[in-house]
Design a binder for this molecule. Structure first.
Ligand code: GUN
Length: 285
């Protein structure tokens, strides 16, 4: 069977349309739009592109999105002062410090200084802890939130399903596993050191690939009828953008699959916008 394609571009558009409506309602009720501040330290080209997209796309849905671009030589103390200022600003609902930070800045010190209520990246230990405990009010990172929306749009039944998440990062793998668990999936977190990763993946009704390794997951690793969510964004030898999954082979066995590009990628910023709106609503409630 050839898998159906989970069209992240179209679903992200739908999410942005929903957020635009919610933002208009919020602004009418509170006399100001939700505010998102994106902080970039240095000039890493990929980070510059990503943060500009976050700023532009937030403004496109009516969020007041602002990018603070700080020089690479910014000290940890200066960055902490910037975060403290944004924490104290009542018109700021979301703060995102783009990673990676320069090596002379301790990322954990900066992330821990963000007000958990404004932590739209879901990287503060308070939010990670609430999510792990299954408690309400946690802000989850944008990429796994986007993946959950894709699964919902496909109508995938998660209760009792076997889910395998390949990857254990704080930004994707771990929170993804928690979100699936919260929806009553039976979840395994695997990684590149997992013994016989192939055998584990072959048991997955839902397979989330977030290892950051081009074509790690072959077509014969996929259970017939599985749903495959590919978070990977790697360049192959020819410089082409490819996922962690061998797409052409996997789509012969899966029921649903996300393409790369055009699957999870577009969902990430759309989810950030949705999370910013949610954070704004929670802050005024
Ligand atoms: N760098 C790459 N992706 C992300 C993300 O989702 N959040 C942050 N803060 N930095 C990133």
């Amino acid at each position: 069977m050839a898998a159906k394609i989970l069209d992240g571009k179209a679903i992200a558009q739908k999410v942005r349309d929903e957020v635009r409506e919610g933002v208009a309602r919020f602004a009418a009720a509170h006399g100001r739009p939700p505010g998102l501040e994106v902080v970039l330290v240095g000039e890493d080209p990929a980070s510059v592109t990503h943060t500009r997209s976050k700023e532009r796309m937030s403004n496109e849905v009516g969020i007041r999105g602002r990018l603070r671009a700080l020089p690479a030589a910014t000290t940890e103390a200066e960055l902490l002062a910037c975060v403290a200022e944004l924490d104290a600003d009542d018109t700021v609902d979301g703060i995102l410090v783009q990673l990676p930070l320069p090596a002379h800045i301790r990322a954990h010190a900066v992330l821990d200084a963000i007000d958990p209520a404004k932590d739209v990246d879901g990287l503060h230990p308070m939010n990670a802890g609430l999510l792990a405990m299954g408690r309400p009010g946690a802000i989850a990172p944008c990429t796994p939130v986007g993946c959950m929306r894709l699964l919902a749009e496909a109508g995938v039944e998660l209760g009792g399903a076997r889910a395998v998440v390949v990857g254990r990062s704080n930004l994707v793998g771990r929170p993804m596993a928690q979100l699936l668990l919260a929806r009553h999936a039976t979840v395994a977190i695997a990684h590149t050191r997992t013994r016989d990763l192939k055998a584990l993946c072959r048991e997955a009704d839902v397979l989330v690939a977030a290892a950051g390794k081009a074509k790690l997951i072959g077509g014969d690793w996929i259970k017939e009828g599985a749903t495959v969510i590919d978070v990977g964004m790697n360049r192959d030898d020819a410089g082409k953008l490819v996922g962690d999954v061998d797409f052409d082979a996997a789509r012969e066995r899966a029921a649903w699959i996300t393409p790369v590009p055009g699957g999870v990628g577009p969902m990430t910023i759309a989810s950030l916008l949705a999370t910013t709106l949610r954070a704004a609503e929670a802050r005024v409630a």
